[in-house]
Design a binder for this molecule. Structure first.
Ligand code: NAD
Ligand code: GLY
Length: 349
């Protein structure tokens, strides 16, 4: 005997991303804001002035990627249980990508899933991490290896928060903007080449164009069965660099910048991109003082570390390579010799 559970129903998880000054947010349910001391010190009052809800709990987690772990998730969940939150309660992620990923993950597992909204306060989180529903934490085996797809109910990207962002963190966000442009939108890339992102309205336009690109990709492939992997351009090489430097030397966006330059070197080698195009990408990254090179000490070891990437198979590595500027190719059939050739070119002391 066979019984089938028919789950072929359409569920609408659509949501809006507001790129604007934060409007008044009114909720008729219990709300918990998850944040860290840096963000709360700078901006919590601004948020509280605009927030109305019957209960507002504040969960302040320590600041930093190394706290993106189970312990922080337990802290969030304990607060929710102690304050008698229920399935209609709401979480607010108030911070950068670290806070956003953890809050989303806690929301995905608290009483089997509750709503959350994202109020991203870094450029990287506004253009990338807050959008698309990837949530999770790190563990001893690597980054973001535990998690869930859980979409926010809305994203509020207020440019006001970016005014306090350190220059290096700002540039790390620009790297993710460049990533979207190179892989999906040649017109956007050309626009970026002459854009002055220090101007508020220009920056808001760049955020909007990045988010539009990501939204289109996520709408086509929410669970990363194919196209969404293209958003990992720069990450295949970048993850190895993060791993080799124990996540202490570079910001995530900085390794993405180096990773894009390395991927472009491979793309030029394979005839997917011209060296002139690769040079243009490098110049744009350098304009924001992003690192564009990395001294590979041991190419063999670097190559082996590719296999720790979530996208790698037992004996295949997935590379995301630009097809000129504005196109992308996801491939797992690159010869080791060609990759080694690129790694040799980056060999350094
Ligand atoms: P982050 O969250 O660590 O923030 C960077 C630093 O800036 C922190 O010290 C933070 O406290 C501080 N900060 C935040 N807002 C500030 C403000 N307005 N003014 C001054 N300082 C501020 O790092 P991030 O770059 O925002 O995010 C990186 C994380 O995002 C990584 O964990 C990465 O895995 C994740 N990520 C997730 C996705 C996704 O799709 N879910 C995509 C990209 C990255
Ligand atoms: N940042 C990659 C993704 O959201 O898929």
């Amino acid at each position: 005997m066979t019984v089938e559970i028919d789950l072929k129903r359409e569920i609408d998880h659509s949501y809006k991303i507001y790129i604007d000054t934060l409007a008044r947010l009114t909720f008729r349910r219990k709300v918990a804001i998850v944040t860290n001391p840096t963000v709360s010190g700078l901006h919590l009052d601004y948020l509280l002035e605009r927030l109305e809800a019957p209960t507002v709990e504040i969960v302040t987690l320590p600041d930093g990627e190394r706290y993106k772990n189970w312990e922080s998730i337990e802290t969030i969940l304990d607060t929710l249980f102690e304050a008698r939150f229920n399935r209609s309660s709401l979480l607010i992620a108030f911070g950068g990508g670290v806070i956003g990923d953890m809050t989303g993950f806690a929301a995905s597992i608290f009483q089997r899933g509750i709503d959350f909204i994202q109020i991203p306060t870094t450029l990287l989180a506004q253009v990338d991490a807050s959008v698309g529903g990837k949530t999770g934490i790190n563990n001893a085996y690597g980054k973001n290896l535990i998690g869930a797809f859980h979409q926010p109910r809305a994203v509020y990207a207020d440019p006001h928060f970016l005014e306090t962002l350190p220059k290096r963190e700002f540039a790390a966000g620009v790297a993710e903007i460049v990533k979207m442009a190179v892989t999906f939108d040649a017109g956007f890339f050309e626009w970026l080449e002459s854009a002055d992102l220090s101007k508020h309205e220009v920056l808001a336009e760049a955020v909007a164009r990045s988010v539009r690109t990501k939204a289109k990709v996520v709408a086509q492939d929410e669970k990363e069965r194919g196209l969404r992997a293209a958003l990992n351009y720069g990450h295949t090489f970048g993850h190895v660099i993060e791993n080799e430097t124990a996540y202490t030397t570079y910001l995530h966006g900085e390794t993405v910048a180096i990773g894009m330059v390395m991927a472009n070197t491979l793309a030029v080698e394979l005839g997917l991109m011209t060296s002139d195009e690769a040079e243009r990408v490098k110049r744009l990254l350098q304009r924001y003082e992003l690192p564009v090179t990395y001294p590979v000490k041991d190419p063999e070891r670097f190559y082996r570390t590719f296999f720790l990437d979530k996208k790698s198979g037992d004996d295949t590595i997935t590379f995301i390579l630009p097809r000129h500027i504005g196109g992308v190719e996801i491939t797992n059939s690159i010869d080791k010799a060609q990759v080694m050739d690129v790694l040799e070119r980056f060999r350094g002391a």
